[in-house]
Structures are given as structure tokens and as C-alpha cells.
Design a protein around this ligand. Structure first.
Ligand SMILES: [Zn+2]
Length: 349
């Protein structure tokens, strides 16, 4: 993904951009949805490839006095994970996998394998709703639910990772006047996720990893001091299963997860494709999926040609003699098509 603008200028200006105080970016006329009264803010940290090392560096700087819950979404898939144990030695805050229907409290909650971590009315909700960008847990639904529940008191952080999960969620968080932070992509192990967020979201801070923890501490302290004096605003952030009225026209693309029809949906400069049951894909993720589908289809066709040539050879050998020439010719023809296919599959797509 290319940044599409003068990256040096952009990153430089972002590094120097001061923090907007919570409550200074209200959007007029939006419905008011407040954060839980006892919590000054919530922090959502999303990461993927390279995330373990990055999280160890960031979380170690969060003190046990941090008054806001910290929700960590690392792409895990379905396999059992020891992520909280692997991070525990690098945290002074308590850390554990999030559990469904539990009150949201200060401490670190990790999205468990095969579940989206959602925030709802001061509680944690775990969802096995449709995967987004092939991921469950996915970063986007957690950021959306934080935007809905906490409005301008939601803080989103995007760290190292491939592709662009988290960008759409961070966009919604900014629509709710939250605070968006990304790791400096030039220092990230995998730059794609923070770079995508910078390209599509009006990010507040772009910082080296070592500076993000201290910034989070300052931001949460500011929100504690401000207390409830600023009424939070919120964009309507939907759950992964939600359907809303913002769909654009139907797209001539099927969902790579379920085969269903998709619609293109615009989030600022970002295009997101959603199927009728709720799978979501960025254009970047859809590109990867379709490229993989093309490759798999080509490999299946190659295998079918090989088996067909084998059948033709068997029939030519089995007789009757009158049919041998016809089966041999069929095998030779299929061999030529197979060779052509091998050449085609060598071409980049
Ligand atoms: Zn689908």
C-alpha cells in the first residue's frame, strides 16, 4: 500500500502535532453515548505480525496506577494461546484473557483466540461474529465498540502488522472524537498496519514504540483530571453483525469467506467490502484473498490436467486398439494445455 502523499512531511508533522485535549473535538448533533461513569477512558491496542515484541516494549511502561482498562487485540486465530503468560513478565498491571460478560476494570485484557473482544455498557462481550480481514479476533470491531461506548475517551493504538486490520476501526474511533495513535512505521517490524492507518485516518500521534506508553499514561491522567466535565460524543459504532444504512452500491465481488454477495462501503478514503452475513474486508485484504484464490484455482486446474492425462494414457493402453490413437492424441493435447497453464501460473498477478 502506498502512502499516497509526502510521507516524510506527514510523519514529521504528526510527530510534532500536540495532543488534542479530550473533549475538544466534539462533533455537533451526534447522539451522546457516555463511557461507564467509573472509567475515565479505555485504551485499545491492535497489532499483528511482530506484535509480541512490540507489546512487551509498550506494556512495560504502563504503571499499576493506570486508571483505564487496556484491551489488547493481537491476531491469534483459533489455536490455544499463552499470550497473557508471555506478556505477564513485562507488565506490572494484571493481564489476562478477556472473559464474556465481565465488568470492565483497569488492567490489561487480551482478546482470546477465535473471539472478537467488544466493549458494551461497561462490560466485556466476547463474540464469535463474522471474521473481519480474515481475523477473529480482529482489531476493527474492538475499536468500533470502544468508539461507541467511550466516544472521545476512547484511545486507539495501532502497532506493527501486515495488511491493514485496525484502520477502519481507528477511522470510526476518530469519527467519535477519540484519540488515534500509531507506531512510527519506519521503526515498526512490519510497517503496513501503521502505514495504512496514517494514510486513511487523521491520526493524532505517530511515535516510536518507547514513547507510546508514557503518552498513554499522560492522556489517561488528563482524562481523570477532566472527570465528567466534557460530555462525550459518539458515532454510531456497530457490532460485527450489524447492518446499517451506509452501504454503497453492490460490488461485483463475492466474499472470500462465505461466497456471499458484497457491497462496497466507504469510510473516508477507505473502502470496505461487507457480505450479507457480516464478513468485512479492506481492499488490501480482498486483494490478497483474490490473489490466493487465483493461485489455488490454477493449482487445482493443474492437478486436473495431470489426472486427465493419466486417464487418457490408461485408456490408450487398455484398448481397444481402434481407440488408442484417439486417447493418445487427447493425452498429448492435454499435455500442451498443461504446459501452457504452467507458463501462465508463472506470470505475476
Ligand atoms: Zn461472507
Amino acid at each position: 500500500m502506498s502512502p499516497g502523499r509526502d510521507e516524510q512531511t506527514t510523519l514529521s508533522s504528526l510527530r510534532e502535532r500536540p495532543a488534542p485535549l479530550p473533549g475538544t473535538q466534539a462533533s455537533a448533533g451526534q447522539p451522546v453515548i457516555g463511557p461507564p461513569a467509573a472509567l475515565p477512558a479505555v485504551v485499545v491496542i491492535g497489532t499483528s505480525a511482530g506484535g509480541l515484541v512490540a507489546l512487551r516494549t509498550l506494556l512495560v511502561s504502563l504503571p499499576c496506577t493506570l486508571a483505564a482498562p487496556v484491551c489488547v487485540v493481537q491476531h491469534l486465530g483459533r489455536q490455544p494461546s499463552l499470550l497473557p503468560e508471555l506478556l505477564a513478565a513485562h507488565c506490572v498491571l494484571p493481564i489476562r484473557f478477556a472473559e464474556d460478560d465481565t465488568p470492565l476494570k483497569p488492567g490489561i485484557l487480551v482478546a482470546p483466540p477465535d473471539h472478537h473482544l467488544l466493549l458494551d455498557d461497561g462490560h466485556v462481550r466476547l463474540s464469535r461474529g463474522p471474521r473481519e480481514n480474515f481475523s477473529r479476533p480482529s482489531i476493527n470491531p474492538t475499536l468500533r465498540s470502544a468508539a461507541q461506548s467511550f466516544g472521545r475517551r476512547a484511545i486507539g493504538v495501532i502497532l506493527t502488522g501486515r495488511l491493514d486490520d485496525g484502520t477502519a476501526g481507528l477511522y470510526d474511533l476518530k469519527q467519535a472524537a477519540g484519540i488515534a495513535i500509531v507506531q512510527d512505521p519506519e521503526q515498526a517490524e512490519y510497517a503496513e498496519m501503521p502505514r495504512s492507518a496514517l494514510e486513511h485516518v487523521p491520526v493524532d500521534y505517530c511515535l516510536p514504540l518507547e514513547q507510546i506508553g508514557p503518552l498513554l499514561v499522560r492522556l489517561v491522567e488528563q482524562m481523570v483530571v477532566r472527570g465528567g466535565e466534557d460530555a462525550p460524543s459518539s458515532v454510531r459504532a456497530e457490532s460485527p453483525m450489524d447492518h446499517d444504512e451506509r452501504f454503497d452500491k453492490p460490488a461485483a465481488l463475492t466474499c472470500p469467506d462465505c461466497g456471499g454477495a458484497t457491497r462496497a462501503h466507504r469510510l473516508g478514503s477507505l473502502i470496505e467490502y461487507r457480505c450479507h452475513i457480516g464478513h468485512r474486508f479492506s481492499l488490501e485484504a480482498l486483494t490478497t484473498a483474490q490473489r490466493n484464490a487465483l493461485d489455488e484455482a490454477g493449482q487445482r486446474l493443474l492437478r486436473s490436467f495431470g489426472e486427465w492425462i493419466g486417464i487418457c494414457d490408461l485408456r490408450a493402453a487398455a484398448g481397444p486398439v481402434a481407440d488408442q490413437a484417439e486417447w493418445s492424441a487427447a493425452a498429448a493435447n492435454a499435455g500442451q494445455l498443461r504446459a501452457l497453464l504452467i507458463d501462465l501460473l508463472d506470470q505475476p498477478v
